[in-house]
Design a protein around this ligand. Sequence first.
Ligand SMILES: *Cc1c(COP(=O)(O)O)cnc(C)c1O
Length: 235
Amino acid sequence: MNQFQIDKLNENLASVQQRVDRAALKSGRQAGDVRLIAVTKYVDSNMTRQLVQAGCHCLGESRPQVLWEKGEKLQDLKVEWHLIGPLQRNKIRKSLLFADYIHSCDSLRLLEAIDTVAAETHRQVNCLMQVNISGEAAKQGFQPEEVESAILKIREMPSVKLVGFMGMGSLAADIATHRQEFRQLNQLLTESQRFTSENINLTELSIGMSSDFEVAIEEGATMVRVGSTLFDGLM
Ligand SMILES: *Cc1c(COP(=O)(O)O)cnc(C)c1O
C-alpha cells in the first residue's frame, strides 16, 4: 500500500468509529459500548493488516476459507475474528481455530455440529443465532417464532455459548423498514433474555452494515458489521 492509501484508510476508520461512537451516545450508551466489526471481505491481507495496525482489532469475514487464510497470515497481530457468513459443517473444525465468534448460526443442525467439534477440542464457542428478520425466503436463519424452542435445545449443547442474535435488514427496503426490523429483533432479544443458563447469556445484538449502522445502533446494536464504507476509495 502507498502512503496515500494508508492515509485514506486511517481517515475512513476514524470517521466510521466516530459515527459509531456518536450513535452510541445518542442512544444513551457510552462510546465504546458498541463494537465495530470491520468486514474485510473486500480487501486482501495486506490492507487488512494495515487496518489492524491502525487500531481496529475486531474483524469479520464471510467466507470460512478466507478467514483461515487471513487468520494464518495475521497470526502475529491481536485480532478478534468474527465469522459472519454461511458455514458448512465440514468447515467447522478449521474455522474454530480462528473464529472468536460465529454470527451465522442459522440452524440447529449447524449448532449441534459446532457443539460436537468444540467439545472435542475442549472449548466453548461464542455463537449468535442468525434470525431472519426480513421475512425474505432467500435469507438464511431461524424464523423469529422458532427462536424460543431452539434456545431450549441449545441449552443442551454445553460447548456452544449462545451470546446473542444476528440479523440483516431486507435487501430492497428503505431505512425505515430496516429500523422496524431491527427493533423487532431487539424486542425478541429482550424477551429471550429470560433464558439464562451456563451456556446461554443473551447480550449481543449484531445488526447494521454500511448503509444502516447508525439506525441499528439507535435500535440497540452491540455489534455493527461495516465493510464498504471503511474501504471507500480503496477497493
Ligand atoms: C458483507 C457483509 C457485511 C458488510 O456489508 P457492507 O454493506 O459492505 O458494510 C455485513 N454483514 C454481512 C453478513 C456481510 O456479508
